[in-house]
Design a protein around this ligand. Structure first.
Ligand code: PEP
Ligand code: CO
Length: 450
């Protein structure tokens, strides 16, 4: 039997329409947007309500210190790079990091990709000027093209349909890789095959050897390995484009509750988290686990107003605060935020995004970040939570599985001159495969010490 949503619930799903909405594209043709969203509404959900519910339980556990979230992927996925190889490399990177964290810190890791839907970006300027020519800024492949031509930069709502298709093929591949045998922990060595000799890889090899031995011991002791063959791997993206997210919001026939079926987990960015704005209103109505980014100027009052709106009853796992303060500010700004939220009593899961507060421009002009600064913010995050007796619940990172040169530092010592070698991101700089593993080893130690 299917349960229908009440009139009131259905009406509430459109409440966002009357509210101020930041960072929305200026679509040239409103009718074309309506035609696209009507079509999207007919297409199947990409995730199920039950999956979002199990993720919510795991995030609740992370909030209590019984698990730890690892959320990673590109700043912006692109259509061109949603190939099998790129997707596999990202999944493998996250699985390897998770193996390091699980083994190093003996805590279950909740694995989540900034994947299968991360196609839209808020930008600091709506336009970009090059050599005296001004065009609309690139807002992500779901909106316009990156090429600097008038035709490419014009927002095209049909790109929303393409974004759906790429999300569908990506989540399909994620499911195949993580349920079809590739993620079996007994392949922990194979994941490292083909990487050049490098301190991070050598360290990983040693750890893989230890995991191997532990597996052989368990095998000899008659442990059933079925649980190690597959992993749960969740999808997430910033819920930025209201028309798309609205079209993907569906009623779960089992409960009559609305869920955003474009991803398991959706977050609201630092620039669209206005408590009376359209984004907060929209996500207040769905039952998925939700994140909100909190930058360095966020106050305890902001956080509590967001809790009132997004998690009034204090459901565990429903609300994750992703802090992104910057390494220079986290030790000063995070404590009072955490104290005020803790005093409120409703549970939240605290996650650290050490990327977005630490973006710099290198001397040669690249938008970059330094691995040491990124790690310093994570250290600050752990220190603050330790001092307050609260729980560091996870890590949110921009990474890729490929050997790009976008972030400075690491054991391969990417320097300013090296950035030009493989700087491929269209938006923010990502940790490469090797830097990601280094981060995992460092965080495993912090977790163990906590
Ligand atoms: C992002 O996650 O890519 C992003 C834009 O972050 P923030 O909202 O924290 O600036
Ligand atoms: Co980014």
């Amino acid at each position: 039997m299917s349960i229908k949503a009440s009139e009131e619930v259905l009406a509430g799903l459109d409440n966002w329409r009357g509210l101020p909405a930041k960072h929305q594209p200026e679509w040239p043709d409103g009718d074309a947007v309506d035609a696209v969203t009507a079509e999207l509404r007919e297409w199947p959900p990409l995730v199920f309500a039950g999956e979002a519910d199990s993720l919510k339980e795991k995030l609740a556990a992370a909030g209590r210190g019984e698990a730890f979230l690892l959320q990673g992927g590109d700043c912006a996925e692109t259509f061109a790079e949603s190939t099998a190889d790129h997707i596999r490399n990202k999944i493998r990177t996250i699985l390897q990091m998770a193996a390091v964290l699980t083994y190093g810190a003996s805590v279950p890791i909740v694995k989540m990709g900034r994947m299968a839907g991360q196609y839209a970006k808020p930008r600091s300027s709506t336009v970009e000027t090059r050599d005296g020519v001004t065009l609309p800024a690139y807002l992500g492949d779901a909106v316009n093209g990156h090429a600097f031509t008038e035709a490419a930069r014009r927002p095209d709502p049909r790109r929303l349909l393409t974004a759906y298709h790429h999300s569908a093929t990506t989540i399909n591949l994620i499911r195949a890789f993580t349920q079809g045998g590739y993620a079996d922990l007994r392949l922990v060595h194979d994941w490292n095959r083909g990487f050049m000799s490098n301190p991070a890889y050598a360290r990983y090899e040693v750890l893989a050897g230890e995991i191997d031995r532990a597996m052989r011991f368990m095998d000899a002791a008659g442990v059933d390995f079925d649980a190690l063959k597959t992993v749960d791997f969740y999808s997430s993206h910033e819920a930025l484009l209201l028309e798309y997210e609205s079209a993907m919001t569906r009623i779960d026939s089992r409960t009559g509750n609305p869920y955003n079926t474009s991803a398991h987990f959706l977050w609201i960015g630092e620039r669209t988290r206005q408590v009376d704005g359209a984004h907060v209103e929209m996500l207040a109505r769905v039952r998925n686990p939700i994140g909100v980014k909190l930058g360095p100027t966020s106050t305890g009052a902001d956080a509590i107003a967001l809790m009132d709106k997004l998690n009034p009853d204090g459901e565990p796992g429903r609300l994750t605060f992703v802090t992104r303060m910057g390494a220079g500010r986290i030790r000063d700004n995070l404590p009072s935020l955490v104290e005020q939220v803790t005093a409120d009593g409703r549970p939240v899961t605290w996650v650290c995004d050490p990327m977005h507060g630490n973006t710099i421009t290198s001397a040669s002009g690249y938008k970059t970040r330094e691995l040491a600064t990124i790690l310093d913010e994570v250290h600050g995050f752990f220190e603050v939570h330790k001092a307050l007796g609260t729980v560091p619940g996870g890590l949110h990172v921009e990474l890729t599985g490929d050997d790009v040169t976008e972030v400075l530092g690491g054991s391969e010592e990417v320097d300013d001159a090296a950035l030009a070698q493989r700087y491929e991101t269209l938006v923010d700089p990502r940790l490469n495969h090797q830097q990601s593993l280094e981060m995992a080893f460092d965080v495993a130690e912090m977790l163990r010490g906590h």
